[in-house]
Ligand binder design. Sequence first.
Ligand code: KG4
Ligand code: ZN
Length: 338
Amino acid sequence: MTGLVLGLETSCDETAAAVVANGREVRSSVVSSQVDLHAHFGGVVPELAGRAHLERIVPVVAEALAGAGLGATSPSLDLVAATTGPGLIGALLVGVSFAKALALAWRLPYVGVNHLEGHLYASLLEDPDIELPAVVVLVSGGHSLLVKMTGPRVYEVLGETVDDAAGEAFDKVARYLGLTYPGGPAIEKAAAGGDPSAIDFPRPMLREGLDLSFSGLKTAVVHYVRAHPDVSGADVAASFQAAIVDVLVAKAMRAALVSGARSVCLAGGVAANGPLRAALRRAADAAGLGVYLPSPAMCTDNAAMIAAAAYHNLRADGPTPLDAGVAPGLAFPGSRLR
Ligand code: KG4
Ligand code: ZN
C-alpha cells in the first residue's frame, strides 16, 4: 500500500481537502476559507457554514485531486478520511457524508478523524525529523491543551484549559474592543502598535501546575477598559496578548521539564501568532530544547493534517464503519476536563 490518503476537513468555517502520501508527504492541500462570510456576524454562523461547505466541497475536492495529479473519477487512492468532530454538526456532516460517498463509489476504506488529533500532525508533516517526545501546545478557537506526543498515536494530556480556550479569549476580547473577526489576527495587528507592558493583566494559573485558564483574563480586560475608557486600544491588545503569551510559554516549558520532552511545538490557530512563536523559540533555545513551529497555513484548519492522522489511524485501528456518525462534542483522547 502506498498510503495515498484524501482527507476532508469541514468542522468549522474552512472547507478543505488534501492528498497526503504515507502520512507525511503533502501532494496537495486546498483550503477555502469562509471568514468573509461570517465576519459580518462577528463569529461563525453554523447554518451558513453548513450551506457554504455544501457549495464548496465538490470544487475543493476536485482541486485537491488535480493538484496531486489525480483524475476525478476512480483516482488511485488508498483511503478517504474526514473530520468527525469536534465541530459544528451541520458542517461536520457535509465532510463526513461526502467522504463516505466517495469511499463507497471508489471502493476504498473510510476513516474518521478527531480534529484535535489532526492538529498534532501538522508539525510532523512539515518537520519529519522532529525530536520526540515533544510537548505540543495545541491552542485553537475551541480547545487549549498541552500534549506530550511520543510518536504517532502515542499521546498524553499534560494540561488543558479549565474554562475558555486561548483562541476564544482572543476572539472575545477582540469583539469587546470592536475589532474584526477572527479576533486573533486582529489583536495581533492592533498589538503591533501598542506597549505590551502598558497594563499588568493577570497571568492566570501561571505558577500552578499545567492546566490553563483564560476566562478571568478576558474579564480583567473588560473591567480595565470600563474603568479606563480613554485607554489606548493598541496598549490593551498588546498587554492582553503578552499575558497569553507569557502563560502559554511558561506552561509549555514546565510541561517539557516535568515530562522529559526533547522539543516543544505549537499547533492550532493561535499558533499563527507571531509574538507567541518568537517567545516560545527564545525559551526553548535557552532551555536547549528543539522547537517546531508549523507554517501559519498548517497552524489553522486544513485537511493535510487530517489525512496524516487518518493514515496512522488506519494502520492502528483499521477502517471506520460507514454507519459511524459525527461527534460534535468529541474530546481529545485522554482529556480529563471535557
Ligand atoms: O485551529 P483553528 O483554525 O480553528 C479551530 O479549530 O478552532 O483556530 C482558530 C482560532 C481563532 O480563535 C483565531 O482567533 C485564532 O485561532 N487565531 C489567532 C491567530 N490566528 C488565528 N490567535 C492569535 N493570533 C493569531 N495570529
Ligand atoms: Zn482547528
